[in-house]
Design a protein around this ligand. Sequence first.
Ligand SMILES: Cc1cc2nc3c(=O)[nH]c(=O)nc-3n(C[C@H](O)[C@H](O)[C@H](O)COP(=O)(O)OP(=O)(O)OC[C@H]3O[C@@H](n4cnc5c(N)ncnc54)[C@H](O)[C@@H]3O)c2cc1C
Length: 347
Amino acid sequence: MTDCIIVGGGLIGMLSARELKKKGLNVLILEKGEMGKEASWAGGGILSPLHPWQYPDEVNQLASIGHQQYENVAETLYVESGVDPEYVRSGMMVLGCEQRSQVIDWSKKWSMNLSIINDATEMQAILPGLHEEFKQGYWMPDIAQMRNPKLVKAVKGSLNALGVPYKENAEVRRLNVVNGRVSGVEVDGKTLHADKVLIAGGAWSGEILKEFEHAPEIKPVKGQMILFKGNPDLLKTIILSENRYLIPRRDGRILCGSSIEHSGFSKATSQSMKEDLLESAISIFPALADLQIEHHWAGLRPGSPQGVPYIGSHHEIEGLYINAGHYRNGVILGLGSAFRIADIMIA
Ligand SMILES: Cc1cc2nc3c(=O)[nH]c(=O)nc-3n(C[C@H](O)[C@H](O)[C@H](O)COP(=O)(O)OP(=O)(O)OC[C@H]3O[C@@H](n4cnc5c(N)ncnc54)[C@H](O)[C@@H]3O)c2cc1C
């Protein structure tokens, strides 16, 4: 018997399933495509919000759980699945020195190790090859990353190991609600019963819930990325310059992201954005001009007001829960969100 149906097999749905299973619930994930192949596959895997001092406390609280626990969780996922999610503490340099007092207050409040770099020599010592125009920045040596496609594969493998069932190519078309209580979902013309339903449909979550009152304000926000084929010695550190970042992977590949586009559910990529990303990448780290672009893709972030996810029960429908709307930060916030929704659903 299924206690809980989870709609959406992205990182958020999968991590929630893992926690609910550990708490003794029989869960079933329904995924309209392939597990972990949407935003959770497409993202950069930086284990920090970009400019975290600009986010409300709710976001930083969830991020703090990720900072403290992801390293161990990554190790456990590796053991359970045999897939290494490539947790690397590469550090992150945020170029520029804006909002200095806000940044210092943030680092103290959340006990984050942060140094202010004011000098070109010090900057080049941390980041050899950085464009010489950049002389100032916030250096956060403890920020880590994971490699998204491997992370989702590892979580899926962990679900297999824990015996959590899922169905792919299973699009939930309707939620069944009787007398203000959820009783299951419609999928492939069939009704599946469960007393609890968790919506973890990423950018589609607002659509799934739109026929009900108090639908969450979740909208797709497209992000395009490019991937350079580099070598492991070229760049070691994540660099953030305004809204553009470079992420060096363990094997030397370097990602550059990302655009912010409000264009519905289309994942189309464009030549103009590819060129824009390339130009940004070279302006930050000139040696990238010599590398081949191996891949260019787009994903749909689940955009929400202020980037604060909806985690909890639906205001009116009993048995219906939501864990969605993580916008640009679903990897770093995902672990804390999964712990929280599991606590709420079991209470
Ligand atoms: C370009 C880009 C860069 C990013 N970089 C970072 C980063 O560096 N760090 C970070 O923390 N976050 C980052 N993010 C954000 C992060 O990837 C997302 O917040 C997170 O992946 C959201 O996970 P999710 O499971 O909610 O959504 P998704 O991964 O999109 O999963 C939702 C799933 O629900 C399924 N679904 C939808 N509707 C239905 C239905 N009716 N029935 C069944 N299944 C359904 C979908 O097919 C999908 O698989 C980035 C995102 C993008 C796009």
